[in-house]
Design a protein around this ligand. Structure first.
Ligand code: MG
Ligand code: MG
Length: 261
C-alpha cells in the first residue's frame, strides 16, 4: 500500500540547487524560532518570528493556507506530536516544543522540523529528542543512489529501537518533496530494508521521525489539526529535506552546507 505507482519527481541538479534556497530559508526560520522560544513566549509570537524570516528572504510560506492551516509553522507542545496551531499558549519551563516549517522559493519547497527544549527539561525528554534527531540522521544517511526507499525507514527504526523503549509514530510519515510539499513517495519511519523504489539522484525526500516516550498511537484533537499521543506521553519530531545526489545525500534544510559522505 505504501509504494504507489505514481511517478516520483526527478529534479535536475539546477532544480536541486533551487530547492537548497528554499531549504535555507526554512533553516533560518527554524533557527530564529529556536532562539526566540523561552518560558513566557507564546507560540503565536514564534509564528510571527518565522513569518518575518520567510518574508525577509522573499520566500513564501508552504503551510499558510495549506488545507486551511492558519499559520506559518506548526507548534506542538509536550504530548502534542505534530500539526499544533500557534496561538496564545505561553511556553513554560520544562516544556518540549516541536516546530515544523515549510517555505517556497521559485516554486520549490523546503520542509523541516526541530524539537526545542524550553529552559531546562527532564533528562528523559532531552534523551527522547536526541534519539529522534540521531534517528533522523541515520535515515538521511540511507538516502543514497543504489539504495531502496525502505532502507531509510529501516535505518530510523533500527536506531530508535537500539536506543531504548520508545514509540515510533506510524500514522504520519515523511514524503517526497519538490514542486509541491507533499509528493510521492511516502517515507515511513519503520520497515524492512531493501524494498520499494530504487533511490536515484534527483529525488528529494522529507524524512521526519516522530518518536514518543510511550505508545505510538495518536489521535487528532477537535481543532482538526493537532495530533496528540493517545496515552499522553511526550513526543519529539525532527525533520530534514534531503536530496539524493550522485555524491550522496545533500541535506537541503540544514543551516550549514551538509553533504553526507
Ligand atoms: Mg514538516
Ligand atoms: Mg514534512
Amino acid at each position: 500500500m505504501f509504494f504507489s505507482r505514481q511517478r516520483i519527481e526527478i529534479k535536475t541538479s539546477g532544480e536541486i540547487e533551487a530547492m537548497r534556497m528554499a531549504g535555507l530559508v526554512v533553516a533560518r526560520a527554524l533557527h530564529e524560532v529556536s532562539q526566540a522560544a523561552a518560558p513566557g513566549v507564546t507560540t503565536a509570537q514564534l509564528d510571527e518570528c518565522a513569518a518575518e524570516t520567510i518574508a525577509e528572504a522573499g520566500a513564501k510560506p508552504s503551510f499558510l493556507g495549506y488545507h486551511g492551516f492558519p499559520a506559518h509553522i506548526c507548534t506542538s507542545i509536550n504530548h502534542e506530536v505534530v500539526h499544533g496551531i500557534p496561538g496564545s499558549t505561553e511556553l513554560r519551563e520544562g516544556d518540549v516544543l516541536s516546530v515544523d516549517c515549510g517555505a517556497i522559493v521559485d516554486g520549490w519547497h523546503g520542509d523541516a522540523a526541530i524539537t526545542v527544549e524550553i529552559g531546562s527539561v527532564q533528562p528523559e525528554i532531552r534523551r527522547l529528542s536526541e534519539v529522534t534527531q540521531t534517528a533522523l540522521w541515520a535515515g538521511l544517511a540511507a538516502a543514497r543512489p543504489g539504495g531502496r526507499l525502505s532502507d531509510i525507514g529501516h535505518a530510523v527504526q533500527s536506531h530508535v529501537e537500539a536506543a531504548g523503549d520508545y514509540g515510533i509514530v506510524e500514522d504520519y510519515v515523511g514524503h517526497g518533496i519538490g514542486s509541491s510539499m507533499h509528493m510521492e513517495p511516502p517515507v515511513p519511519n519503520y520497515g524492512r530494508p531493501g524494498r520499494g523504489p530504487r533511490l536515484v539522484a534527483g529525488m528529494a525526500l522529507a524524512v521526519e521521525p516522530m518518536v514518543t516516550l510511550g505508545a505510538a498511537t495518536v489521535r487528532t484533537l477537535d481543532d482538526e489539526w493537532t495530533v496528540v499521543t493517545d496515552d499522553g506521553s511526550w513526543a519529539a519530531h525532527w525533520e530534514h529535506t534531503v536530496a539524493i545526489t550522485e555524491e550522496g545525500p545533500w541535506v537541503l534544510t540544514a543551516l550549514e552546507d551538509v553533504r553526507l559522505p
